[in-house]
Design a protein around this ligand. Structure first.
Ligand SMILES: Cc1ncc(COP(=O)(O)O)c(C=O)c1O
Length: 483
């Protein structure tokens, strides 16, 4: 017997029960794959009949929110299994509000990567199977047993000497001849870039960036009160030096922030001679270049490209990188070669976090010193080149005619251009409901352009995730038609 004090209209009552479950799903209290309360339990808690709850759950099943699992209960629906032939119409209410600000969206993109059971085409995270995790963890355990660590000492602001020596030794491969004292260890590449911006700019300054560029860099500019000036970027050869010259002559550019090797999201590679030309131009105007080389090791063919830093005679290039793409995103170990800004960067680093954590630095230093890094890189380069080619091919097969994809020469992201009528934000929201993360183009430029582009993480491509590209293609076709 339903509790008459709550509601007497049976139809309305089951809808109310269903609506409450939906609102908890949309608020993230119940997430994909979570078990929702059993029929009996909810009936008791709500003071409604079992029939009412059953009716509510059946309506939620029909709408695709939940599924019944025999002998187990009701669960928030996971993505459809790959083999199912026809996609159902996507008409359910959004899991997240339709109007999402770019700031909030970027935060959400970072959170999406934590949702279990999703196909992770969103955040540009490496394939876990291509990371040397077991070896690294063994090294971590072994360095933690060393006598110094029983004393649990605090490190020095520059970072551990062992790791700086390794980074210096490797630097000849990208055209530099670094000494350990040229290098400061940071918590990932993002901290290196953030320190570099703080050391070279003050609020209100203008920074030249690629267009499109990695969204975290845009957030960084915004949070430091800096203005972005977008420089046209060729999908294969990177920024136009001519356009940069024009920009410098017409705007007070305080610094440049470029991903010279395999830009995220384009995957383009600035030829070494153009880097030299750009560095000479910036030297003429005394403009610092903050260079993000996080993808530099992940070239698909030829040799390791140089960094712009290799052509720097005045100490104006601040080279930033990390091991997040090839060894471990979770250890948060990166570095900066700050050139003439070294004292300022050290000061900023000290007031920011005194020193980077020591154990993770030492584990990576041992990994590099122990040999096998070059072999590891050869293996992952091949794997990412293959994954990227397969995924690009699948996009071209499954997306509507007229779709274009980038031709990355390294890294592991793909930039997809769809018809102008496809709203990438709507696609993002609907893809989430199918259990697939993507990044909408809106977040790759300060002017929120690229609204009909998406970025896909090719590291997540495999035979098991291929179905998701097909579903995205269907979604693109539906969105193209509905506008
Ligand atoms: C171009 C670029 N720079 C920096 C980062 C972040 O680096 P880290 O995790 O080492 O801070 C990423 C991660 O996706 C990236 O793509």
């Amino acid at each position: 017997m339903d509790n008459p004090a709550i509601q007497t209209n049976q139809d309305f009552l089951y809808e109310q029960v269903a609506d409450d479950i939906v609102s908890m799903i949309e608020a993230g209290s119940f997430r994909l794959g979570d078990r929702i309360p059993s029929v009996r339990e909810l009936s008791r808690r709500r003071g409604v009949s079992i029939t009412t709850v059953m009716q509510a759950y059946r309506s939620l099943e029909d709408k695709g929110y939940i599924e019944a699992r025999p002998q187990s209960g009701y669960y928030v629906r996971l993505r459809q299994s790959p083999g199912l032939p026809t996609p159902e119409p996507i008409s359910r209410a959004a899991l997240y509000p339709a109007e999402i600000s770019v700031q909030k969206l970027v935060m959400k993109i970072f959170h999406d990567q934590l949702i279990p059971g999703m196909v992770q085409f969103g955040a540009a995270l490496p394939d876990p199977d291509l990371l040397p995790t077991a070896r690294l963890n063994r090294l971590l355990a072994s360095v933690s047993r060393k006598p110094d660590f029983r004393q649990n000492a605090c490190g020095i602001v520059e970072g551990c000497d062992e790791l700086r020596v390794q980074v210096a030794q490797h630097s000849y491969q990208y055209g530099c001849h670094l000494a350990p004292e040229d290098i400061l260890i940071t918590s990932g590449c993002v901290e290196a870039m953030s320190l570099a911006l703080q050391a070279t700019c003050k609020p209100g300054d203008t920074v030249a960036i690629e267009s499109p560029t990695y969204f975290t860099l845009l957030q960084m500019l915004e949070s430091q009160g800096l203005r972005a000036l977008e420089i046209p970027t060729h999908p294969e050869t990177g920024i136009s030096v001519e356009a940069l010259r024009f920009a410098i002559e017409h705007h007070p550019v305080r610094a440049c922030l470029f991903i010279t090797n395999f830009n995220n999201p384009l995957g383009c590679l600035m030829p070494d001679e153009r880097k030299a030309e750009m560095v000479a131009l910036l030297a003429e105007h005394e403009i610092p270049l903050i260079e993000d080389d996080i993808n530099g090791e992940l070239y698909f063919s030829g040799r390791r490209p140089n960094v712009a830093k290799a052509y720097d005679k005045k100490g104006l290039v601040l080279l930033c990188s990390s091991f997040s793409k090839d060894i471990s995103p979770s250890y948060r170990v990166g570095w900066i070669v700050p050139g003439r800004y070294k004292d300022e960067i050290e000061r900023l680093k000290l007031v920011s976090n005194i020193s980077p954590p020591i154990l993770t630095q030492l584990a990576i230093a041992e990994f590099l010193a122990g040999g096998g890094y070059d072999h590891h890189l050869r293996t992952i380069r091949k794997a990412y080149a293959k994954k990227t080619a397969c995924m690009a091919d699948a996009v071209l097969r499954h997306f509507p005619p007229g779709t274009a994809v980038s031709s990355p020469q390294g890294g592991f992201v793909l930039w997809v251009q769809m018809a102008k009528t496809v709203d990438a934000l709507a696609m993002y929201t609907q893809a989430l409901k199918l259990g697939i993360t993507i990044v909408p183009g809106h977040v790759f430029s300060p002017s929120a352009g690229y609204r009909h582009f998406i970025r896909l993480n090719t590291a997540a491509w495999s035979d098991q995730t291929a179905w998701a590209v097909q579903r995205l293609g269907t979604l693109a076709a539906q969105l193209e038609k509905t506008h």
